[in-house]
Design a protein around this ligand. Structure first.
Ligand SMILES: [Zn+2]
Length: 244
């Protein structure tokens, strides 16, 4: 048994038995890990509501024999509680937490992804995160975890993607019309959508109009579902609450 403390974000929790909870943490020093929080549902004092998804905290942990650590206590750094004032912000927060839960790996620290998630939750909490910022966060998160989609130039030949680009997650992103026969499962993408995503990826911060966001969302959902093997549950929640 080894005791250690680590900065962490709560990615999610699952109730266990009558009194306990298993918490999935994204830690700065140890990547994703599961921690057993004994009495988390009964004792209000010990964790004091800190084990909500999205909470940024210092976790005091103890290694055990299996894969799950024991969570001995926490000190909240920031709870991001203003996110809960607004359904659109809740939906975006749940989405970015689920995305990071899927993209992060056990025992593999990822400072860039960790910092991006803390920063994005802060923007949501400060009410400074519009829908375009979520697309930007996704592009960054994919880049930091080795899944960066290519929007320009063509993912196969390196030439400009032209006016009839196709998008194929299996081949890494957008391909030009000349390469289209090599990607039979590719879908048609509008050049202005490809261009908008390339510019966001390059660091441009200009908000996208709703129509471009909707088309961008389709491409990103396709790409992420392909690489993770399933559609994220929180995408459906965003659709239900009518936000992006
Ligand atoms: Zn090409």
């Amino acid at each position: 048994m080894e005791r250690f403390a680590d900065e962490a974000l709560v990615l999610g929790t699952v109730d266990f038995g009558d009194a306990d909870r298993i918490v999935t943490l994204f830690t700065r020093g140890h990547g994703r890990l599961s921690a057993f929080a004994a009495g988390a549902r009964k004792s209000k004092k010990r964790f004091a509501g800190a084990l909500e998804a999205g909470t940024h905290l210092t976790a005091r942990l103890v290694t055990t024999h299996g894969d799950t650590c024991r969570l001995d206590g926490v000190d909240v750094i920031r709870s991001f509680h203003h996110v809960r004032d607004d359904l659109a912000h809740i939906a975006r927060a749940l989405y970015c937490l689920e995305l990071c839960r899927e993209l992060s790996r056990d025992n593999q620290p990822n400072d860039a992804l960790f910092d991006a998630l803390v920063h994005y939750l802060g923007l949501l909490d400060d009410k400074k995160a519009g829908p375009t910022s979520l697309i930007k966060f996704e592009l960054d998160a994919l880049q930091y975890t080795g899944f960066m989609p290519h929007f320009s130039p063509c993912a196969l030949c390196g030439q400009p993607t032209g006016d009839r680009p196709r998008f194929d997650p299996e081949h890494g992103g957008v391909v030009c019309a000349a390469c289209a026969p090599r990607v039979p499962r590719g879908v048609a993408a509008r050049p202005e959508v490809v261009d908008a995503l390339a510019r966001l990826q390059a660091g441009e911060r200009k908000p996208l109009p709703p129509e471009l966001r909707a088309r961008s969302r389709e491409l990103l959902n396709l790409f992420i579902a392909h690489h993770l093997g399933r559609k994220l549950k929180s995408v459906e929640f965003m659709e239900q609450v009518g936000t992006d």
